[in-house]
Design a protein around this ligand. Structure first.
Ligand SMILES: [Fe+2]
Length: 279
C-alpha cells in the first residue's frame, strides 16, 4: 500500500508572471509521468493544497488536464492559493468534494482512512481550524477509532523557525492538537505549504510537510523575515505500508537521471533504471 503525496503545484496559465517563476504546470506534468512509472505504483495520490496560483477556473481547467493521465485516484485539498467554488466547479465528477461549505472529506484507502481537512481562509495566507472544523474532525475520528488514520491539511500545525512562513501559520493548531490527543489511531499528519520537507513529533504522532512540485523555499532559520526561492529538486513523498504497524515515508525525486549504477544482487551495472537492471 502506497499513499503518494504531492503539494503546492501552483499551476498557473502560460506566460503569466507566476508561471514564469514557479513553472508549476511543467513540473506537475513531469510528476504525473513519474508517478505513473513507479513500480509498484501508488494506490492513491493526495495533493495537499496550493493546487493552483490564483484560484481561477482557467487554472483549475489546466490542472484538470495535467492530472488526466494519472493512473491512480487523486484527492484534492485546498491551500491558501485555492478557491473552493472554482475548484468544485471544474471537478464536479470528484464526488468526494462536498457540494458546499468547507472542502473537507474522508477517503477509505486500503487499511487507512484519510481525513482531508480544509484550512483555507479566503484572501489570507495563514490557515485556520475554527471550532466548526475541529468539531467535524473530532466526529470523524470518533466514528472509526480502530482504523489507522492519516490526517491531511495544507497548513502544518507547527512552527518551523522559518519566520516568514511562521507568519502565515495555522490558527487553531493547539485545538487541533487537543483533538488529535483524544484519538490514538492518528498514524500521521501530512501537510504542504512550507515548500520544504520538515518533520516534527506532534502529540502522540508525527507531522511532516511535503515539498513543492513547483519551487522550494530557501532554508532560512535566521531571526529576520524574508524568503527566497531555490532550484532544489522537486519531489514527492511515498508513504509506504507493508502490513507492519507503521507508515514509512520515502522521498522520490522527480527529475529524470540519465544513468545510474545498480547492484542486481551479484554485481554493479550501469543502467537507465533499477527495473531494467534487475528484471
Ligand atoms: Fe504554496
Amino acid at each position: 500500500m502506497i499513499i503518494a503525496q504531492i503539494s503546492d503545484m501552483h499551476v498557473a496559465e502560460p506566460d503569466t508572471p507566476h508561471d514564469s517563476v514557479f513553472a508549476g504546470a511543467a513540473s506537475l506534468s513531469q510528476a504525473v509521468s513519474h508517478l505513473n512509472r513507479l513500480d509498484p505504483r501508488p494506490d492513491v495520490l493526495v495533493a495537499t493544497g496550493d493546487l493552483v496560483a490564483c484560484g481561477t477556473e482557467a487554472e483549475y481547467r489546466l490542472l484538470r488536464a495535467l492530472l488526466a493521465p494519472l493512473e491512480m485516484p487523486v484527492y484534492l485539498l485546498p491551500g491558501n492559493h485555492d478557491d473552493r467554488d472554482a475548484l468544485r466547479s471544474v471537478f464536479p465528477d470528484h464526488d468526494y468534494l462536498p457540494g458546499g461549505g468547507f472542502l473537507h472529506y474522508t477517503v477509505e484507502a486500503g487499511p487507512f482512512r484519510l481525513i482531508m481537512l480544509d484550512t483555507l481562509v479566503p484572501g489570507e495566507e495563514h490557515g485556520e481550524l475554527c471550532a466548526e472544523r475541529l468539531a467535524w474532525l473530532d466526529a470523524r475520528l470518533a466514528e472509526a477509532p480502530d482504523r489507522a488514520t492519516v490526517v491531511c491539511l495544507h497548513h502544518p500545525p507547527f512552527r518551523t523557525g522559518m519566520r516568514t512562513m511562521d507568519g502565515m501559520a495555522l490558527i487553531g493548531a493547539d485545538g487541533f492538537g487537543d483533538v488529535v490527543d483524544r484519538h490514538n489511531q492518528v498514524e500521521r499528519i501530512l501537510s504542504g505549504h512550507l515548500h520544504r520537507p520538515v518533520t516534527r513529533r506532534f502529540r502522540h504522532t508525527v507531522a511532516q510537510t511535503c515539498p513543492s512540485i513547483a519551487v522550494q523555499l530557501e532554508l532560512d532559520l535566521r531571526p529576520q523575515e524574508g524568503v527566497g526561492l531555490t532550484k532544489e529538486p522537486i519531489l514527492c513523498l511515498l508513504h509506504y505500508w507493508d502490513g507492519d504497524d507503521g507508515l514509512v515515508t520515502h522521498t522520490s525525486y522527480i527529475e529524470d537521471y540519465e544513468t545510474r549504477t545498480v547492484f542486481d544482487g551479484k554485481e554493479w551495472k550501469i543502467a537507465d533504471n533499477l527495473w531494467e537492471a534487475t528484471s
